[in-house]
Structures are given as C-alpha cells and as structure tokens.
Design a protein around this ligand. Structure first.
Ligand code: MTE
Length: 306
C-alpha cells in the first residue's frame, strides 16, 4: 500500500490559501497552541512525520459537524451546547496499575511537552470522514511519565460527568460516563495522541476540550473527548459503544472496509465538505495507516476481533 505519510510535506501544495494564512498565524504565535493557562510559553512546535498528505477539512466543518452525545445527538448541537462547558481548571485522574497515580492538572500534563501538529483522517462511525490538523502529543509520553506497571495490559479512559453543563447527560442516551479503552500496545503507538487543539486554536469545546484522544486508525468513537480519567488495567475495560451494542461495536473497532457494520456497509465513506474534496471515497484498511499499525494485529482474526 502506498504510504500516506510525507515528512517533506509542503503546506502550499495541499492547503487552501485561507488555511495557509491561518497556519502562518499559528507559527507566529505561541499562544495559539491549544493550551489554557500558564504552560503556553514553554511549548514548542514541530511538524509531525505522522501526517497524512491529504488536504484538511475547513475549520467551520470541523467545528460545526460533531458527535458529542453529552451535548445532544444532532450533529449541529455540540457546537452550540458545548459552549457552556467549563474547561478551566481541568485535571485528569490517573489510577490503576501505574507507579505515580494521582490527579494531574492540565498545566502539569502539558509542562515540558512538545506539541506536534498531526494531520489525521478521523473517520466516524456513520461512514463519514474528515481530515483534521490536530495539535497534540503522544499518549505514550504521558504514560511513560506516570509509569506503567508491568502487569498493565489495557488503558481505560473516561469523559467528564457534569449534567448541569452537559445537557445530554440529563437523559440516559448512553450509560454515562462515556468510556473508551485501548490495548496497551495500541496506546503506546506513536500515532495515538492526546490532542489539545486543532488548526492552531485551543481545542474547540465541541471537539473535546481541553484534552481528548485521537486514534486515527480506528472508528471515531474510540477517540474519546474531554478526558478526566485514565486508568491502567489488567483486564479489557468496558467501552461505551460496546456496552451499548456488542454485536455492532467491538472493542478494537479498527477501520476495516472488509467488515461491515450489521446495518451498513463500511466499504466507503462520505468526505465531509464541499467542492473538490467532497463525495464518497473508498475506505482504506486501518484508515490508511496500515503500514504503521497492521503489525499490532499480527495473528488476530479481525473479523472476530472487530
Ligand atoms: N467522546 C465523548 N465523550 N462523547 C461522544 O459522544 N463521540 C465520538 C468521539 N468521542 C463522542 C466522543 C464519535 S462517535 C466521534 S465520530 C468523534 O468523537 C467525533 O469527533 P469530532 O466531533 O471532533 O469530529
């Protein structure tokens, strides 16, 4: 398979002018790194080798068409309802099989971190996709800082529960909190990031402020937003969509055009957006990141481990 990655990517080749201007602003301004609070000035920026060379979606598409059930089930609801969410102060509770458990403030998590821009395709579960220039850093760096115990085999994540600010949580749409999980080797893979911004902006609330996961070779629901809990476990953690409907949503949920969802084909996807990049495109195995991640699943039957 042709690799999606180009380390010598020239932005002018792939980026519409309005976005290019926005990026120049980004490079000029340390305050634009998607960070709340005092950690800003210490952050530096590098362009990731792990970026697709596809053209990113426009900012208004990324911010205006979301799945974030805590703020309603409609795609346009999170952009309105999420603005109520208080994201400062923010902390993440680290627990389970780790050497240094505790409550980590966002500023602590980000101090000393080098943020990278990684342009990934986020492919959502209802067969639509976007290309998003996330700003983030490898989850592995954070896990190494907290110290993973040798017995740990999985990482479990939880989103905030705050029904007074999250209107969707006033209803049993899902079994709150939203939960996700990864096998430890998936969590340690350099493509798996904790993202704190996009397009040089602080993470928009509807996209999972202030800190979310991005796992680009999996369906979008694995990329849990607004994380307040990370736990290292020995057994496979419960995950929201798998609990909701285990026949339709597996634990792994790797993007796989050969394994259909029981209610729809997963062979193609609709790229969100107008113009040149719109329309249906064929879905690629592991969302196009097979060269990087296929080895994680050597020997596994991915029709069973879907
Ligand atoms: N995280 C939480 N906490 N709640 C959610 O409803 N939706 C998931 C994922 N993370 C969701 C979530 C789904 S189904 C998708 S497709 C992506 O977020 C959408 O991310 P985006 O809105 O930034 O494109």
């Amino acid at each position: 398979m042709a690799s999606h990655f180009k380390s010598d990517l020239k932005w002018s080749d792939v980026t519409p002018e309005r976005i290019f201007l926005n990026r120049r602003t980004l490079i000029a301004s340390a305050a634009a790194f998607g960070i709340a609070g005092t950690a800003r000035a210490e952050l530096s920026y590098v362009k990731s080798q792990y970026s697709t060379d596809e053209a990113p979606n426009a900012l208004n598409e990324i911010k205006g068409y979301n799945n974030f059930y805590e703020f309603g089930t409609g795609k346009e609801e999170p952009s309105v309802n999420a603005q109520k969410l208080t994201t400062d102060p923010w902390s993440v509770k680290v627990s389970g099989l780790v050497e240094r458990p505790g409550e980590y403030h966002l500023e602590d998590i980000l101090s000393g971190v080098t943020l990278e821009e990684r342009i990934y395709r986020l492919r959502c579960v209802e067969a639509w996709s976007m290309v998003v220039p996330w700003i983030g850093f490898p989850l592995a760096d954070f896990l190494n800082r907290v110290g993973v115990a040798p017995s740990a085999k999985y990482v479990a994540f939880e989103t905030l529960v705050r029904p007074e600010e999250m209107n969707g949580q006033q209803y049993p749409i899902l079994d709150w909190p939203y939960r996700e999980g990864l096998r430890l080797d998936e969590a340690m893979h350099p493509l798996t990031i904790l993202a704190t911004g996009l397009y040089g902006e602080e993470m928009p609330k509807q996209n999972g402020a202030p800190i979310r996961l991005v796992v680009p070779w999996k369906y979008g629901f694995k990329s849990i937003k607004s994380i307040v809990g990370i736990s290292l476990t020995e057994t496979q953690p419960e995950t929201t969509w798998n609990m909701q409907n285990p026949h339709e949503y597996g634990f792994y949920s790797n993007v796989n055009p050969q394994v259909d969802h029981p209610r729809w084909s997963q062979a193609s996807e609709r790229r969100i957006g107008a113009g040149l990049f719109s329309g249906r495109v064929e879905t690629q195995m592991f969302n196009g990141y097979g060269d990087q991640v296929a080895a994680l699943y050597a020997g596994q039957d991915l029709t069973k481990d879907f």
